[in-house]
Design a protein around this ligand. Structure first.
Ligand SMILES: Cc1cc2nc3c(=O)[nH]c(=O)nc-3n(C[C@H](O)[C@H](O)[C@H](O)COP(=O)(O)OP(=O)(O)OC[C@H]3O[C@@H](n4cnc5c(N)ncnc54)[C@H](O)[C@@H]3O)c2cc1C
Ligand code: SF4
Ligand code: SF4
Length: 835
């Protein structure tokens, strides 16, 4: 047997073992691993999830039996103290000696602690291991019990910001202290850093840039940080996250070549200056660089395993440091060369301070090649941009379309994952290509997304490639005629309907319960509002209940308009309004200087309201008998009516009363898409009821009920569900129809599309909601009754609760208006100043 000893059982040491045993010829080798930490290798990348309740076992990269099953001897809690290169032995702190034929040093790195006076004081921590996190948690608890609230994180890089979030989650107020003039100085330029800073500050995390720390104040334990400009920051805890220092001590004691600033020097075979000793991961100095990310470490592990097994794989010359992160709920990504700036390069920058988005791409002057870029606030284009960059793909004629989108309704300029060459690396952590992902489905070795993950390990590193892998799996499944499941996003492998049932059956009441039990990752702008909408559909929770999971319109109970102002649309059920109420609307518009317009659905739009004026406007309206018209939510908008037999010569029934009753019954009810209704009192159809999700038309002998129509971009006429029925029956069928749609439609699926996709179409729907074929009508009616009986006006809720009122201000500490919003005159009113 040939002995291979691996020193270090971290992420890369573990990956080395995994790669080694998967290769042919490994049967003649015995692997023995030594790790100084007391446990098996764990996922350091997701270490912070330990604060969110993940256990050490959850983070573990394997099971104990995995080592046994693969004939690997694992020694934990054993530190290697020396190497005797002549005798090819290593020595451990337990005074034991072991022989090796090949030695692999995967000792990683330690947190770099700058030489600041007082860093040894109690309350100063680093952020690297599970033990560090245990110590931080215990100390936070202790100081909180004594009334302390402030803590600092030294370092505004990737890890520093992650640590700041952890500190916040522990119930302390974090301050990020950074020496450089910007955040994440290795990834972001000034514009991106400013944007990130303002987003982080909104979360009440203090940012202190350009700060050199002179000393740590306090006697035994930390009481503050004194900066070089003599400013004192009072804090009772400090987490240092100022970079890493390779653990190259074994290299030094055994005389291996070590870099000037640390790290064991390796060639492209991962060999150190001693050909029988390899170094991989964060301890290895390759091309004068220490790579502090897992992806290069994993590639090094593969190269070392191949080399020991006499293969010829070597390390690439250039290593990509592109990263995508979700920091404290703020999306950040950078790829390629994010900073490059010279006469041959054009940087195209899009910045929207209002929505907190900053995007930059660096393109060659001829517009043909993408060299790198930065995304803050919205990194949804990262995968597409990264692939264009990594595969040197052709750019669209107007490269700015890459970050602005192809305006004019054409397909995405980023193309789709299917357009990529088979050689494109989709998961860079595990180095998995598009070819490998698709082949596994095409040749039947994998059937589902989960199988692909198991087989190729794609997505199991940082997880950033999940959406793209999911797209490729779907495309490959479709190409071989397999049914493709429409999961709502990469965080949930469920359809909206399945999620609805899971929430209902398990009685979940908050988003985190749902994602913890049935999803993965942190969630996104797609799944959060979907889950919020499901809660509303089941419990009638208003948008005020799950504020952080709503999209902007629902968060502020108003539609956000082009210039960042909001519109207010009070309900005018059935379009009927008294002169007094009309006057109130006019008065409100005058008082708050709002643009007014009659909508296409018999309401009055009041435009141009500033965020902090919204509650004041609502108050006047509510005091005068109005309520929220839900013009922002995915819910019932309006039920339009004609004037009916009260005034019209042709009217066969009272359409206005009916419309008011329908609107009041279903007001505020959340649904997969917005809903509109109409009631006409004769077949002349002045209310255009058949262009709506539900339409009722008076005919001889009762009412005809139509469903699943819509106006908009793809108009659809509603289809007849039942004819000549009385009002009670209309309500009964409506309750069942709406509830069935709410339960079973996908997110943002209109009633018309839902019906088109429904197996068995209209005939089946009639069977379900008229003839009760699957026996659910009673339940549907009861569920609707519950929603109808628990309606609350969301505007009123806000006015009554000071806690909710807080979110309606532009600035954290003052009630001032946003002066940047400007208007120009328009036909005796006003409009936003054009951009
Ligand atoms: C909080 C956090 C978040 C991170 N997030 C990301 C991310 O999002 N994306 C990303 O790509 N990277 C991230 N990283 C970096 C990533 O975790 C590292 O690149 C990776 O863990 C390096 O693996 P390694 O095996 O080289 O070192 P390590 O994981 O540090 O493992 C080295 C191991 O060797 C042991 N050891 C050292 N010396 C000896 C000795 N003499 N004898 C025995 N054992 C020894 C150590 O105790 C340690 O367990 C993050 C790191 C941290 C701390
Ligand atoms: S739909 Fe018929 S009843 Fe209603 S306003 Fe038009 S003509 Fe009159
Ligand atoms: S039709 Fe289009 S532009 Fe007009 S209000 Fe609706 S969304 Fe806006």
């Amino acid at each position: 047997m040939i002995n291979v000893i691996v020193v270090g059982n971290g992420m890369v040491g573990y990956k080395f073992c995994e790669k080694f045993i998967s290769k042919s010829g490994q049967e003649n080798y015995q692997i023995t691993v030594f790790g100084e930490e007391p446990r098996r290798a764990y996922d350091r990348v997701h270490l912070s999830e330990y604060f969110a309740g993940k256990t050490a076992d959850d983070l573990s990269l394997s099971t104990t039996s995995w080592y046994e099953d693969n004939n690997i001897i694992l020694n934990t809690s054993e530190l290697i103290t020396d190497i005797n290169r002549e005798q090819k032995t290593i020595h451990t702190h337990l005074e034991k000696t072991y022989e090796y034929d090949y030695l692999v040093l995967a000792t990683g790195s330690a947190a770099f602690v700058p030489p600041i006076d007082g860093v040894e004081k109690e309350g100063v921590f680093v952020y690297r291991t599970i033990e560090d996190l245990d110590a931080i948690m215990a100390y936070a608890k202790k100081i909180k019990a004594n009334g302390a609230t402030e803590a600092a994180v030294l370092g505004g890089g990737l890890l520093g910001l992650e640590a700041a979030k952890a500190v916040r989650d522990l119930g302390l107020n974090p301050h990020v202290v950074e020496f450089a003039p910007r955040l994440m100085p290795r990834q972001l330029d000034k514009g991106a850093s400013d944007m990130l800073q303002s987003k982080i500050e909104e979360l009440n995390i203090g940012i202190h840039l350009n700060k050199a720390t002179q000393y740590i104040a306090g006697e035994e334990s930390i009481k503050g940080m004194m900066f070089a400009d003599d400013e004192l920051l009072n804090v009772n805890m400090l987490v240092i996250s100022a970079g890493i220092k390779p653990r190259d001590e074994l290299g030094r004691v055994s005389g291996l070549e070590v870099g000037v600033r640390g790290g064991i020097v390796v060639n492209n075979k991962m060999q150190t200056s001693d050909p029988n000793i390899f170094a991989i991961g964060e301890v290895a100095l390759y091309n004068q660089m220490i790579y502090g990310l897992v992806a290069p470490g994993y590639e090094m592990a593969d190269v070392a395993a191949e080399q020991i097994l006499k293969g010829d794989k070597t390390m690439r010359d250039t290593i990509d440091m592109s990263t995508q992160l979700k920091l404290i709920g703020v999306e950040v990504a950078s790829f390629g060369d994010p900073f490059i700036e010279n006469e041959d390069v054009t940087a195209i920058v899009y910045e929207n301070k209002f929505s907190g988005i900053y995007k930059r791409i660096n393109v060659t002057k001829d517009g043909k090649t993408l060299l790198g870029g930065i995304l803050v606030g919205d990194s949804s284009d990262y995968n597409g941009l990264f692939q264009i960059y990594a595969n040197a793909m052709a750019l669209p004629p107007n490269p700015e379309d890459l970050i602005l989108g192809s305006r004019g309704g054409k397909v995405s300029t980023l193309g789709s994952a299917s357009d990529l060459p088979d050689t494109a690396v989709i998961c860079s952590c595990e180095n998995v290509t598009k070819g490998a992902i698709c082949c596994s489905i095409l040749d039947g070795t994998a059937n589902t997304f989960g199988d692909v993950v198991k087989l190729t390990k794609a997505t199991s590193g940082c997880g950033g490639c999940k959406p793209m892998v999911a797209d490729l799996v779907k495309a490959a499944q479709k190409s071989i005629g397999k049914e493709v499941k429409e999961s709502i996003c990469e965080h949930f492998n469920y359809t909206r309907q399945e999620l609805f049932d899971l929430v209902k059956i398990n009685k979940y009441t908050n988003y985190y319960e749902v994602i913890d039990h049935h999803g993965n990752g942190d969630g996104c702008e797609i799944c959060k509002p979907v889950v919020a909408s499901i809660f509303s559909s089941i419990y009638n929770d208003t948008a005020n209940k799950h504020i952080t999971t709503q999209d902007t319109n629902d968060r502020y109970l108003a539609n956000i308009q082009r210039n960042g102002t909001y519109s207010v649309v009070p309900r005018i059920a059935g379009g009927e309004i008294t002169p007094e109420k009309l006057i109130v609307i006019g008065e409100v518009a005058k008082q708050f200087d709002l643009y007014t317009k009659i909508t296409g659905a018999q309401r009055v739009d009041l435009f141009g309201a500033q965020l902090n004026d919204l509650p004041k406007i609502w108050k006047v309206l509510i005091d005068n008998g109005f309520e929220s018209g839900h013009a922002y939510g995915k819910s019932l908008r309006a039920v339009k009516s004609c004037v009916g037999n009260t005034w019209c010569r042709y009217g066969m029934d009272d359409s206005t009363t009916f419309a008011i009753e329908l609107e009041n019954r279903y007001r505020g009810i959340r649904s997969p898409h917005k809903l509109k209704g109409g009631v006409s009192a004769c077949i002349r159809e002045c209310a255009e009821a058949r262009g709506k999700d539900f339409g009722v038309i008076a005919v001889e002998g009762g009412w005809n009920l139509y469903i699943c129509g819509n106006g908009g971009a793809n108009p659809k006429h509603a289809v007849l569900l039942a004819e000549q029925i009385n009002k009670e029956t209309v309500f009964k069928y409506m309750d069942r129809f709406l509830m069935y749609y709410i339960r079973t439609a996908g997110p943002l699926v209109r009633t018309s599309t839902w019906l088109e996709k429904l197996d068995g179409g209209l005939d089946y729907l009639k069977e379900v909601i008229i003839h009760d074929r699957i026996g659910i009508c009673e339940t549907l009616e009861a569920e609707m009754e519950k929603l109808v009986g628990t309606f609350e006006c969301e505007w009123k809720q806000v006015l009554e609760k000071p806690r909710l009122l807080k979110r309606f201000s532009h600035f954290v500490n003052t009630d001032e208006k946003d002066d940047n919003i400007a208007f120009v005159p328009l036909r005796e009113q006003k409009m936003p100043r054009p951009w």
